[in-house]
Design a protein around this ligand. Structure first.
Ligand SMILES: CC(C)(COP(=O)(O)OP(=O)(O)OC[C@H]1O[C@@H](n2cnc3c(N)ncnc32)[C@H](O)[C@@H]1OP(=O)(O)O)[C@@H](O)C(=O)NCCC(=O)NCCS
Length: 428
């Protein structure tokens, strides 16, 4: 196969080198294009544009394949702890026993947040969305650890910042949950593993004993793993581009959380449950809503359906759907919303509109049903997505900095007015 793509453009000829990935994906390297021809490429929404090479996550949307550092999402979800996956994403290899124990120990011993962070809550009106609060809390960590502002931190300091983020995020997420309920926060306990500690901080009530249910631990661990990374999606790209200006890591993660909030990205998990509830309250007619989703004059979209890169079943959705059945069964919960979700899925998959556009359930379609069964309020769903996605964002940021990538700064094709004379106010 030729290793270049030949471009003939307005009388100029250029050979553009091809870049081949380890899974034989092919990209055209256009880094010399503008210099050689004066032209740029235009690809709104980056549907055809690779923003980077990356060794973290491999995704084949046509085949429904997802691997982190070569390990399949199915294997990781079945066998790993979330902290193991976080280590794998950030460091490139699974930790051996000693490395894991050290990593786990370091995380357990960085879980406390500065008491002054509680004061931040006083400024927010009751009922503020926790995603807005989370962006602010994570960004404010840079004020508590100002050494993170140094873009050329030593490797040791950078690792400390990473450990702090992974360790403090569950504490902050649990604080958001407690504060929204008007309850006192529950402090982290170093004797507990990552997921148990998070569940304890979230669901323990200060006035009562709380027994951590292993079914919840298993479910939460799996859900966090399934959200851990997803290559160059909207929030990961945001983290990379903000980081490319050498902004501190807390600010970059905060920007990633903001990007995740949107209903077309992580915010979809909240919207799915709201949609399923609305369908239930409207008589539970799945077909009616399928028709609405197909109607181009109706703004309704089937939330939790469709994906920019999956044109096959999202492998994470397959795992979650199975877990959802198992967990609800184990917890003895009969949620009518699950039946509506299944009816919607069945009806949609049999409908040519969805088949032709290759629209399948995505990771968000069933996750909210599990979160709800565990007792999380719907506003917390996207926050839980952020908790899972954190190691992926860190890994993407670290790879970008380790590769010494330049500041991200796309070009454009200007389509506004050409040069014109200034018009004084009285003549306009
Ligand atoms: C994820 C998403 C933003 C991907 O968008 P995209 O790659 O830009 O794809 P498009 O929006 O161009 O969709 C392609 C076609 O499928 C249709 N489509 C996509 N998702 C749809 C949905 N959820 N419901 C109904 N129609 C949908 C579009 O209307 C479009 O139809 P057309 O070709 O007739 O115009 C989109 O599928 C969506 O909005 N899904 C719902 C939100 C969601 O679940 N997000 C979480 C993603 S993990």
């Amino acid at each position: 196969m030729s290793k270049t793509a030949h471009l003939s453009l307005q009388g100029k000829e250029i050979d553009l080198p091809l870049i081949e990935g380890s899974e034989q994906e092919v990209g055209i390297d256009i880094s010399k294009l503008r210099g050689a021809t004066g032209a740029v490429t235009v690809d709104v929404g980056f549907k055809n544009t690779g923003s980077t090479t990356s060794g973290i996550t491999y995704l084949d949307g046509e085949q429904g394949v997802l691997r982190h550092r070569g390990y399949s999402i199915e294997d990781l979800a079945e066998n790993a702890t979330f902290l193991e996956v976080a280590y794998l994403l950030i460091n490139g290899e699974l930790p051996n026993k000693a490395e894991y124990e050290d990593w786990d120990h370091q995380i357990r011993h960085h879980t406390l947040v500065n008491e002054d962070m509680e004061n931040i809550f006083k400024a927010w009106p009751t009922g503020s969305h926790p995603m807005g609060q989370l962006t602010a809390m994570i960004s404010s960590l840079s004020s508590f650890y100002p050494e993170s502002l140094n873009p050329n931190q030593s490797e040791e300091d950078q690792h400390r910042t990473i450990r702090r983020l992974i360790a403090k995020m569950p504490t902050i997420v649990a604080m958001l949950h407690k504060k929204s309920a008007g309850h006192p926060v529950i402090y982290p306990q170093n004797k507990l593993d990552y997921v148990s500690n998070f569940l304890n901080m979230t669901f323990k009530n200060i006035t009562e004993e709380y027994e951590i249910d292993p079914i919840y631990v298993e479910a939460m661990n799996k859900l966090l793993i399934l959200h851990a990374d997803h290559e160059q999606n909207c929030s990961a790209s945001t983290v990379r581009i903000v980081g490319s200006s050498h902004a501190n890591l807390y600010a970059c993660i905060s920007a990633g959380i903001a990007a995740l909030w949107g209903p077309l990205h992580g915010g979809a998990n909240q919207k799915v449950i709201e949609m399923l509830e609305a369908i239930k309250n409207d008589g539970g007619d799945a077909k009616k809503y399928i028709e609405k989703a197909k109607d181009k004059n109706d703004p309704f979209r089937l939330m939790g359906f469709g994906h920019r890169v999956y044109k096959n079943y999202d492998p994470r959705a397959l795992i979650i759907k199975k877990s959802c059945d198992e967990i609800l069964d184990k917890l003895g919960i009969d949620d009518p919303v699950l039946d509506i979700a299944k009816q919607l899925e069945e009806t949609a998959l049999a409908d040519p509109y969805f088949a032709e556009r290759k629209l399948f359930p995505n990771v968000d379609f069933y996750s909210g049903i599990i979160y709800r069964a565990m007792g999380f309020p719907v506003e917390m769903f996207t926050v839980l997505f952020a908790l899972g996605r954190l190691p992926g964002w860190i890994a993407q940021w670290k790879e970008m900095r380790d590769q010494k990538q330049p500041i991200g700064r796309p070009r454009q094709i200007y389509t506004g007015p050409t040069a014109r004379d200034w018009v004084p106010m009285e003549k306009r």
